[in-house]
Write a protein that binds this ligand. Structure first.
Ligand SMILES: [Zn+2]
Length: 154
């Protein structure tokens, strides 16, 4: 897994969606790509405002976009540090699941907003545990605590 190709990342996102979020409808095109080398922000989710920077990538998903009723595009961005082969799959997986949880709560997605704030209480961690990702979440937090600082400073 853990490869720096955006297309593989996209497949991983769909895999996670189908496995852990099967009840969450895909109302629009949701793309995922690596962004900058960000140390603090491992992942984020936003609306695509323009096609700058995603043009060639988008072309691959144009057909998929055309069948969607809602033409807005959601973009998930992962830190480029995740292209480092030392980063375990469960870290990438839980980060993607974290962003999908935001989507399912209606943040930067066409779905109905369920909460006032995206990180209100422990809604994301609770969501991931409820969906069977508790073990991965623990592993991921532990790994990040023990390895992240070293990895981003090397
Ligand atoms: Zn978040």
């Amino acid at each position: 897994m853990n490869t720096c190709q955006n297309t593989n990342l996209q497949n991983l996102l769909y895999e996670i969606w189908e496995t852990y979020f099967p009840d969450v409808p895909r109302k629009n095109l949701v793309l995922v790509k690596y962004g900058k080398f960000s140390k603090q922000r491992l992942g984020s989710i936003k609306w695509v405002k323009d096609f700058k920077g995603i043009k060639s990538f988008y072309k691959k998903f144009k057909d998929e976009h055309e069948v969607q009723d809602d033409k807005r595009i959601t973009l998930i961005i992962l830190t480029r540090y995740f292209t480092n082969p030392k980063v375990p799959d469960f870290v990438i997986k839980t980060t993607l699941a974290h962003e999908l949880a935001h989507y399912s709560h209606g943040f930067n997605s066409p779905l109905q907003k369920k909460y006032k704030f995206p990180h209100q209480g422990k809604i994301i961690d609770r969501e991931l545990r409820k969906r069977g990702l508790g073990k991965e979440l623990e592993l991921s937090e532990k790994w990040l605590k023990e390895n992240w600082r070293m990895l981003v400073s090397s």
